[in-house]
Design a protein around this ligand. Structure first.
Ligand code: GLC
Length: 793
């Protein structure tokens, strides 16, 4: 069953059945002001921090679902009927409503009662101002008298106070309205103001939520909208809202446009912004927003026989991956503000995926992660980048609502709380960044350590590799510590096969960097460590048909043929191949086992059979319901690892079978099962051993997006930047006759046309760049256009 369709020409997803089973969300803002909104305008806006600077309130996991939001109500002054442009909260017959999710904007559309209406939400390009662009048209042949009411509910900035400490929040926030500008004032905070205004002189306003809604009512039937009368309410203290009213008379066919602005600062800022954001400026900003994404997407565009892949890679998969790099994990309907900062492993992986479209942000993320590395070589699992900024911004006064920077001794956790994989990801991310940008000097940059002292980026990487070489268990395999990539596999002093494979992968990439930087001694030293890791892996981790997942602290091997539960695991088998630890025969056998035990029509399960008996030697995974999350769900993030592994084995058919199973776009007609957005990878899809098999959960903020993008572009389509050239090494289904990729790299544009006359899955018979035969596409003077012809065979 479908609820909407992809409009690729406009880069939008159109929801034409708005009664979705769950919220389908999207993000607005590309800088410090960010909002997350669903298909009915439910959602919230933040500035810089979802924990400390919440602008609008959201009642998470609530009933009615996913509100309040940024709503526009329309009222017919002749018959008193009223509705919301975004369908909810009033909820008139759904046939009259639709929603278009675009890149960093959302449009809500309605054609109720002969009035065509549209509300677009997006954030201005240069100012922390959210824009609501509202357009109305009278499609009837009679004169219509309408009232328009905006509505949003302000939040106390600090979300914890807002949800728990009413003796404070209710008496430290006030409101007033002057010159058509509503001001929300957080009295305790320096500069703690928001404004809400419009490009018209309002005919009425309300700042007090409870006056707007009225007793024993909800946003579905607010008193002010029902009566059509605003009260002009405001007060020092209480719950505050932003309601501005405009009365309109529309002749048949007549149109009107109203612009609302929500932003940082008080009445004066509101006055200035209302002057600045004229309709013309709003149009200009919207065009700039479209161009902003146009530029990013143009870094890599593909045309292949797989329409699902085209839509993913050309639009949505890059968009989602960028959102992860920009905003990390803690602004969504799942994480609603109680946690902030950067998760070490997720951020390190995110930063590896989009250095072509966002080199600046990837680079600054890498620096933030390098600063959160301890001298011992492990990363701080969850940290706030501001803790390690060279110059701490001073508060000029002490506010009870501003949480101070904690003491270093509290920030730097010990090895007991370290995750074995966290910093290893960073090695490859740094190497990837250098390969993309050619910025070899990045390695020489000096960066501090979290617990004092400083070193170059290059030295940081060595400490990471040394840490994993040191922290091995009784069999010589890397210790699992608090967890590895799998948060719920808690092996402690036991050993993780995945981490040793990851170590090997990072070592290989580092050695290549060391060689390129003319550090032969390091290249040799770390190659020797890699050889040792490989030997130990070979001797310890093969179980005859596949690789084990690890060894518990009391020396029990897990993920073996003898196990009744948790027999085959994704992480160790895919990484055995990706790291190069597996021989070809082992790799084939291991990945055949992945296909046999873990494949489902919705993607690959993380492990099978699921655990049903608690075993604390293995970890929390054994206490998770079978089929959910880490216990045998189709956890999306490791799925692309299997695509990479299959591509490395040269099995394009298999890789594409796995790709297609997880591909959200290809699930668009199965929403009755999937439920969630088909334009976003979700953290997991419920596994086979659960009654809700196939149901997807937790969109947008998941490492699966970046990995899907990376695996598909660099290993399936096979366009991979190296230090001194662009590798072309596709692995595709045999029936693909051809495909093409336009890739921007180091300032030049490469148009790559691949033909496959012999129907192979892998192998390049010839490669030419502008007619010249080459083995790799060369680096060219910036601004060049290179035409590459590739023949597989
Ligand atoms: C969540 C976490 C991620 C972890 C994964 C598997 O997605 O954000 O860090 O790797 O779960 O446990």
């Amino acid at each position: 069953m479908q609820y909407g369709h992809f409009d690729n020409a406009n880069r939008e997803y159109v929801i034409d059945r708005v009664d979705l089973p769950v919220s389908w969300t999207n993000y607005i803002g590309t800088g410090e002001m960010v909002g997350v909104f669903n298909h009915t305008a439910g959602g919230y806006l933040i500035y810089k921090s979802s924990e400390y600077h919440r602008i609008t309130r959201f009642r998470p996991n609530g009933v009615p679902m996913d509100g309040p939001g940024h709503y526009v109500y329309l009222r017919d002054e002749d018959d008193g009927d009223y509705w919301s442009v975004s369908w909810q909260p009033v909820g008139k017959p759904k046939e009259h409503f639709s929603c278009r999710h675009g890149l960093s904007y959302v449009k809500y559309l309605s054609d109720y009662s002969g009035i065509d209406a549209e509300q677009t939400l997006f954030v201005a390009m240069d100012d922390p101002v959210e824009i609501w662009d509202v357009r109305l048209r009278n499609d009837t042949d009679r004169v219509r008298r309408l009232s328009v009411f905006s509505y949003l509910e302000f939040s106390f900035h600090q979300v914890d106070m807002d949800n728990r400490n009413f003796q404070m929040s209710l008496y430290a926030a006030g409101s007033r309205c002057a010159d058509g500008v509503i001001e929300h004032d957080l009295y305790y905070e320096e500069d703690g103001y928001q404004f809400f205004t419009s490009d018209f002189q309002p005919d009425g306003f309300d700042c007090l939520r409870d006056r707007f809604i009225g007793p024993y009512r909800t946003e579905r039937n607010p008193l002010v909208v029902e009566t059509g009368e605003t009260a002009g309410s405001f007060e020092k203290g209480g719950n505050h809202c932003g309601c501005l009213k405009k009365s309109l008379v529309l002749a048949p066919g007549e149109e009107a446009r109203l612009i609302f602005l929500l932003g940082e600062g008080g009445i004066d800022a509101g006055r200035a912004m209302r002057k600045k954001y004229t309709a013309e400026r709003v149009d200009g900003d919207f065009a700039r927003l479209r161009a902003f994404w146009g530029r990013k997407l143009s870094c890599l565009q593909i045309s292949t026989p797989n329409e699902g892949m085209n839509t993913e890679l050309n639009i949505w998969n890059l968009y989602q991956s960028e959102i992860n790099v920009m905003f990390s994990r803690f602004t969504s309907f799942i994480e609603v503000g109680g946690r902030v900062g950067l998760g070490y492993r997720d951020t390190a992986q995110d930063a590896m995926m989009v250095p072509h479209s966002n080199p600046g942000k990837c680079r600054s993320r890498l620096i933030e992660l390098l600063r959160a590395l301890t001298r011992e070589g492990y990363g701080l699992h969850l940290f706030e980048p501001r803790w390690f900024e060279p110059v701490q911004k001073q508060q000029s006064f002490k506010s009870p609502t501003v949480v101070p920077v904690p003491d270093k001794s509290q920030i730097v956790h010990g090895i007991r709380d370290a995750c074995a994989d966290d910093a290893l990801w960073l090695v490859s991310s740094v190497v990837q960044y250098v390969k993309e940008t050619g910025e070899l000097t990045f390695a020489d940059e000096t960066v501090t350590y979290a617990d004092g002292g400083e070193g170059t980026v290059y030295e940081h990487l060595k400490r990471i590799l040394d840490f994993s070489a040191r922290e091995v268990g009784q069999n010589g395999i890397c210790k699992g510590l608090r967890a590895d990539w799998n948060d719920c596999l808690n092996l402690g002093g036991g050993e993780s096969a995945m981490v040793s494979f990851l170590h090997l992968w990072a070592l290989d990439r580092f050695c290549a960097l060391a060689k390129r930087l003319n550090c032969p001694d390091d290249a040799e030293r770390y190659a020797a460590i890699a050889a040792q890791v490989r030997r130990v892996c070979e001797a310890t981790l093969w179980d005859g048909r596949w690789f084990i997942r690890g060894i518990t602290a009391d020396n029990r091997r897990i993920g073996t043929q003898a196990d009744a539960e948790g027999k085959v695991h994704m992480e160790s088998n895919t990484w055995a191949v990706i790291s190069g630890a597996a021989t070809r025969e082992q790799g084939i056998s291991a990945m055949d086992s992945v296909d046999e035990y873990l494949y489902t029509e919705y993607g690959l399960m993380l492990n099978a059979p699921c655990y049903t008996r608690p075993d604390d030697g293995i970890g929390f995974v054994t206490r998770v319901y079978p089929g959910l999350k880490e216990n045998g769900a189709i956890f999306s993030h490791p799925n692309p690892w299997a695509w990479v592994a299959e591509a490395m084995l040269g099995r394009g058919e298999r890789a594409m079978k796995f790709y297609n199973a997880l591909c959200p776009v290809l699930q668009n007609d199965r929403i009755e099962v999937r439920q969630s957005e088909p334009y976003s990878y979700c953290q997991f899809v419920v596994g086979r051993d659960h009654t809700a098999f196939g149901r997807a959960r937790h969109p947008f903020m998941t490492g699966s997006s970046g990995w899907a993008y990376y695996a598909a572009t660099q290993y399936l389509l096979g366009i991979r930047p190296d230090f001194d050239g662009l590798i072309v090494d596709p692995c595709i289904p045999a029936d693909w006759k051809e495909f093409s990729v336009t890739r921007k790299w180091r300032g030049s544009t490469y148009t790559i046309h691949v033909r496959n006359p012999d129907g192979v899955q892998k192998g390049v018979r010839s490669l030419t760049a502008d007619g010249k035969s080459v083995s790799i596409l060369p680096v060219l003077p910036a601004g060049s256009i290179c035409r590459a012809e590739v023949v597989m065979g």
